[in-house]
Write a protein that binds this ligand. Structure first.
Ligand SMILES: [Mn+2]
Length: 322
């Protein structure tokens, strides 16, 4: 199928690139890397993301050109949907994309639904950025600095700075090649990780107070409430990576973040050290992701949501650890 995708890219001229709502490094980095590549081939490209670009990704070349709305009359030949397990993950343009033109689905999520006319899905790759790097070589497109820094950021963020289990020898090989194209690892790390706002640190202090450890130390969880965001003047996206803190505790095998979306709706982020498949847990609630990192939305008050999510984890833990 990779051949057919390359043919589409070579032969068509107007492209829409879309990635998932609440974007992170892989969603933005891979979309921009592909957009710059297509621009360099003389193609017409529009990059769409429904939500604002996180502050720490605004240094990426071409990030200011991402649009957050698409006119219904906008015509394109091919929609390239990146880093989305399901087409609905692109948000409110899903319907338009479904109706117009060809859809190419490029992703690495284990729960990918297989949507689209053409698919390039490799669940063994660390990131969509890593998949794209190989695709660009095949087209072939010269990897300029602007492309390299976007792919590097995609890989850096999706591997948790080369710490997660999806980091392979190939990941480092690609990262090395990107560095030879001019990417400076310490500059990128500073942009991505050391531009926190004071309100995020104040939020962290409140969130850590909610830390709960259960199941003999194996499950750790924290909560982000809207009232906490208000108190410190933080935007909802600042609560997103809080799941990393319970995850880092010795002995914790599964980490959970409960984020209040509204009074009766919570967004759940799940992390596992591999002992259980959290994509499976998320799927139970209509979400998805990877076996070690996933997410879903659950309706109910916080105690009700906890009463749904914890047993779903416990059931699998009991099966896996005995
Ligand atoms: Mn990704």
């Amino acid at each position: 199928m990779e051949r057919e995708i390359i043919e589409e890219i070579r032969n068509k001229s107007v492209f829409l690139i879309a990635s998932h709502i609440r974007p992170e490094g892989d969603a933005i980095g891979s979309a921009l890397a592909l957009a710059i590549s297509l621009n360099n081939m003389g193609k017409e490209v529009t990059v769409f993301n429904q939500d604002p670009i996180p502050r720490n990704l605004q240094f990426l070349p071409m990030s200011t050109e991402i649009v957050h709305e698409i006119d219904d009359s906008f015509h394109y030949d091919v929609a390239l949907v990146l880093d989305c397990g399901d087409l609905d993950r692109v948000g409110n343009v899903a319907e338009k994309i479904r109706r117009t033109g060809k859809i190419i689905n490029i992703d690495h999520h284990k729960t990918n639904s297989g949507f689209g006319d053409l698919r390039l899905i490799n669940t063994y790759k660390s990131s969509t950025g890593e998949i794209l790097y190989d695709l660009l070589q095949e087209i072939p497109i010269p990897i300029t600095y602007e492309i390299a820094v976007n792919i590097y950021t995609a890989i850096l963020t999706d591997t948790g700075a080369f710490c997660h289990s999806n980091t392979t020898a190939r990941t480092f090989q690609i990262a090395g090649e990107l560095v030879t194209r001019g990417v400076n690892p310490s500059t990128v790390a500073e942009e991505v990780y050391e531009r926190q706002s004071a309100s995020r640190l104040r939020l962290l202090a409140l969130v850590l107070n909610t830390l709960e450890i259960s199941d003999h130390g194996k499950v750790g969880s924290v909560v982000v409430l809207s009232s906490m965001l208000e108190r410190v003047g933080a935007t909802p996206d600042l609560g997103e990576n809080m799941v990393d803190y319970p995850r880092s505790i010795e002995g914790v095998r599964v980490a959970v973040l409960f984020r209040e979306v509204s009074k009766d709706q919570y967004r759940i982020s799940l992390r596992s050290d591999g002992c259980i498949d959290v994509a499976d847990v998320a799927k139970e609630f209509g979400g998805g992701g990877h076996s070690r990192a996933s997410g879903c939305g659950v309706k109910g008050s916080l105690p009700e949501v906890k009463d749904k999510v914890f047993p779903a984890i416990r059931r699998r833990l009991i099966g896996s650890l005995e």
